[in-house]
Write a protein that binds this ligand. Sequence first.
Ligand code: PLP
Length: 401
Amino acid sequence: MGRHGLGKLAIQGGTPIRQKLLPYGRQLVDDDDIAAVVDVLRSDWLTTGPKIPEFEQAFAALTGSLEAVAVSSGTAALHAAMYAIDIKPGDEVIVPAITFAATANSVVFQGGRPIFVDVHPDTLLIDPEQVARHISTKTKAIIAVDYAGQPCDYDTLRKLADRYHVKLIADACHSLGGSYKGRPVGQLADLSTFSFHPVKHITTGEGGMISTNDAELARRMRVFRNHGITSDHRQREQQGSWFYEMVDLGYNYRLTDIQCALGLSQLRKLPAWVRRRQEIAWKYDAAFAEMPAVEPLRVREDVSHAYHLYVVRMDVAQLRTTRAEVFAALRAENIGVNVHYIPVHLHPFYRQRFGTGPGLCPVAEAAYQEVITLPIFPRMGEKDIEDVICAVKKVVGAYLR
Ligand SMILES: Cc1ncc(COP(=O)(O)O)c(C=O)c1O
């Protein structure tokens, strides 16, 4: 069906709006980033070296938290967080239905059960009322996901977490550089997790971080990322000792010095890059204000949105087609649209393992039928932004009732 519409529109509009695909996200790596990496490659320490604490301290300072623990991915960050708060078989952790699968998977890694709750229809952020409804005596934690880059309602979530004596975790993989009521993302929960995958705000190729004010949780995660061993190679070399003890079951979730050097160099540019993302988003907002079938997600007034993603809902009631067809038509224009996300409880793994399925989170399921992610990344030029707006106008115009 998608292919069909794609052809129709290409014919209707002549040549596609762009000759080459504009991706939905892309890293920006400059010469100074490359030089920082090369310096490490020439140094003594490729991993467990001095760049790790340097990156961690810079990250902690940026997020206004006491500690930051570097790990090998955002998924490893979530896993380390679930380990640190001692999630075990029999425990329940509340997660929103709209997120990347890794959020819920991290609970399962530890033997826990993710409890999927619905989201607000206008922001697609976890709905605190739904959280309250699903808390049970087995609940150990709530994972709030700052979907698209908009921080969740942390004051309300904190009250709930305190009332029921559960931990509050922020999956902030989308919201680095954002803030809530003037407080930076990274200090809004007991533990906040980040990803440095290339489409994210800063990249280390693959990589992740957990920020926290809790020194004991940070210590636990440092042991966890290193096989459950209490000292690393460099510490032992400095102490002239070979002795080490494995005190718990851990993983090799270490980030290398090569990656940390890249992360440090990228981190310096973060504020400018977030501002550029916001500028692009505001241009989209202004353009789509005149297109009733295209509804950007609502942004609350008490946040600074970091715009990892720019997501719109297509009001399919106003169109003679489906979201799938709009998606295919935009791709035919070489606009690299995407869909975030398939509600996690609809994935075969969760259906089979936990008996989830359609009807569990109706708001998320309805949103999934309508959302489209448009390209947004700092290197986008004015012409790229115009192309996206033109393509949306062209496609929506062709299908308007
Ligand atoms: C919300 C969310 N959580 C977790 C992750 C996992 O991060 P990573 O890909 O670095 O493992 C992602 C990555 O896409 C994400 O978007």
